[in-house]
Design a protein around this ligand. Sequence first.
Ligand code: ADP
Ligand code: MG
Length: 730
Amino acid sequence: MVPKVVFPDNKGDALATTGKTKQSKQSKQDYRVVAQKLRAQRESLPIFSARSAIVKQVRAHPTVIVVGETGSGKTTQIPQYLLESGFGTIAVTQPRRVAATSIAKRVAEEVGTPLGGRVGYTIRFEDCSSERTQLRFCTDGLLLREILSDPLLRRYEVVVLDEAHERTLRTDILLGMLKDIQRERKRVAELNQQAPEAEEEEEEEEWHRDHRSHGTHVTFDEPEAPVAAEAEAPAVASAVVDSVHGDVTGVGELKIIVMSATLDAERFAAYFDAAPILYVAGRQFPVTTYYTTTPQADYLDAAHLAALQIHTETPSTSGDILVFLSGQEDIESVERLLRESAGSFPAGVPALLPCPIFAALPQAQQALVFDAAPEFTRKVILATNIAETSLTIPGIRHVIDSGVHKARGFDPRVGESLLVEPVSKSSARQRAGRAGREAPGFCYRLYTEADYAQLAEDGVPEIKRCRLSMVVLQLKAAGVDDVMGFDFMDRPSKKALKHALLELFALDALDDQGALTPLGRWMAEFPLEPAYAKVVYASQAAGCTREAIDVVALLSVDSLFYAPADKRDESNAAQAVFRSSDGDHVTLLNLLRAYTAVNGDAEWCKEHFVNRRNMKHVLDVRVQLNRLCARLGLDTQRSCGADVDAVLRCFLAGFFHNCALLQPDGSYRSLSGSQAVHVHPGSALFGKKTPAIFYDQLVFTNKLHARGVSAVDPLWIAQAAPKLYGRLSK
Ligand code: ADP
Ligand code: MG
C-alpha cells in the first residue's frame, strides 16, 4: 500500500536551493555557475543512469511511454537529455499552469540559460519564450490551441505529454490529436523523401500506408535540422506540396513521449500501437501511515489540528509538513487558522510558516514553496493536487491528507458542477509517497481505514465527466469533422457529445450541418469556454466590450470576497456597498471599479474583506484578455457606461442554457433541464425574487446551488436563443 522500496541514501546536496534568479542582473557566467552547482544533483538522480537507454528508445520508436515515481526526474531530465542529444524543438505539456512555470524555471537553471531563452514556458495569458526557445513547457490547453494555427505542429520535433495519468480533459484530447498528427507527419515525411518521383510511387506509398501496422518501426536516421532550416528553406526550389496541408517541405516525423507517475502504462502503450514502456526507478523511503479512529466532521479543522500536533510533538528539524486540500478556499481557511495559532505559540516553540500553493496564486508567491524556511521555522505547505505528482517540493517528511479534491462533474440535464469529492486510492498513495522522498516519513490520513478501503482504485478520466463543448469546438476547429468517430482513448458518452454539438449549434458556432461557422472559428481562438467567447463577441455589437471583458476576468477566479466564520455580519455589512439588485455580475463590476479607484489599497481590501491576491490576478487576466481581443479584431474600449442591461444581455448570448424561471411557489426551475435551482447564499440575489435569472455555474452540495447569478427579463432569454426558446416570446 505504502511504497516500501528503500534506496541507499545518496542525496548529497540534492536539495541545495538555487536562490532566486534575478534575471536582468545575471551574467552568462552566473547562469553557468548555477547550472554547474546543480550538475551533481542532476547526476545523482536515479534516472541519470538510464539516460542513453531513454534517448536510444526515443530514436528507435515513434512513441515511448515512460513510467516513474514522482521525483525520479522524468519532467526535468528527459527533455534535457533529448536536447543534449540533438533533438530539435521540444514541447512538454503540463496539466497546470503552476507546474509549467515553476518547472521551466528550474530547468532553465539546470541548463544554465535565462528563462525565456533556450528554455521557456507558454501558458494561457502568459508567454515567456522566444525564437531561441528549444524546450518549451506549456499547458496542455495551450498546445491544443497551437494545433489550430499549426495543424501538424511542425515547429516541434518532440512532444512530451507529462502527467498523463491524471487524464485531464485536455490531456485526453491531446492524446487523440497527437496520434493523428503523428500519423499525418509520417505520411508527409515519406512524401518528402520521395518527392522527386512522387507521382510514380504514389500507389506504392498507399499500399505501404495500409500495410504498415505490423512489422518493424522506422528507425530514426540523423534528425533533420528542424525549425530554423525549415523557416529559411527557399520555398520555390524544394517545396513539396501535399494535397491536404499545402507546403510541407522539411516536415519530419513527430516523436511522442507519454509520461506517467502510476503504473497504468499498458493502456497508453496499447493506444499508441504497442509503444515500448520504460520504467524509471525511483527513490522512495518507507512511509508510516496513520488513520483517524473516527470520521472527521470538518477536515479543515482536522488538518489545522493535525499540523499543530505534528509541529509541537516533533522537532522542527524533522522536516516540513505538506497538507493536501481541495482548493483555494480550503487553503486560505487553513492558512488563516494556522496564522492565528502560530501567533500565540509559547516561547521556545519554533515558528510555523504556512505556504499556500494553488493554480491562481501569483508567481512570486508560488516560488516561496521551494525556498528554504528561515532558521527555527517549519514550513507547512498547503497545496491542491498540484503537489501530488506535478511538483517535487523538497524537505517534506510529514503529509496530511484530507482525502478530498475538487472534481468536475457534468450531467447534460443539470449542468456542470465542481464538487469536493473523495480521492481515489491511487491518489491517496501518491500523496503519502510525498513524505518519503528524502528519508522515511509519515502520512496522516484524516479519514478512517475503513473509509480508505471504500475508495475507488483510480479516478474517472475527466473527459467522461465534464462539459464537452470546448472539446468539440477545438476538434472541429482542428479539422476533425466526425467528432463521434474520433479516436478517444476513453470515449465520452454519446449523450454528452450530442449535448455539446447542440450547445455549439445554439451558440452559432456550428451550422445545422455541424460545420464550423466563421463565428465558431473565432470562438475557438479564445482560450475560454465557448459560452464566454460568445459573450465577448456579442459585446462588440452591444457596445460594452470593456465591461464584458471586466466581468469575464472577474469570473476567472474562485472567490473575490471572503467571510471568516466569526465575522460574517461584519463582512456582510462591509461588502453591501458593492451589492447590486441586478445580481452578482454587476456586483463584481462595482467591486472592480471601487478597487481600481483606491488603487488596490491593502487596507481597503482588508476593511471590505476583499481577496487582494485574487483581485491582482483579475487585473492580470484582464490585460491578457484585452490583448487577445485586440488581436482578434475587437475594439476593447467600447463601453456602455452605466447601462448594465447591455452587459447582462451579452451574457445571455452565451449563458442562455444556464437560465431559470421563477415558479408560482417562489422557487426557481432551470429552463433547459427543469430542475429545482437554488440561489447560492453567497449571491447578491439570495432571498430575492425575480422573474428570471441566469447563472455562471451550478454547484451541487445538498441541493443544486446557482452561483454567479443575475436577474434578467425573460424576454431577453428568448431573444438570446431563438433556436431554443423561441416559444417563450409568445
Ligand atoms: P518527476 O517528473 O519524475 O516527478 P522531476 O523531474 O520533477 O521528477 O524532479 C526530479 C528531481 O529534481 C526532484 O527529486 C528534486 O530533487 C529536483 N527538483 C525538481 N524541481 C525542483 C525545484 N524547483 N527545486 C529544487 N529541486 C527540484
Ligand atoms: Mg514530473
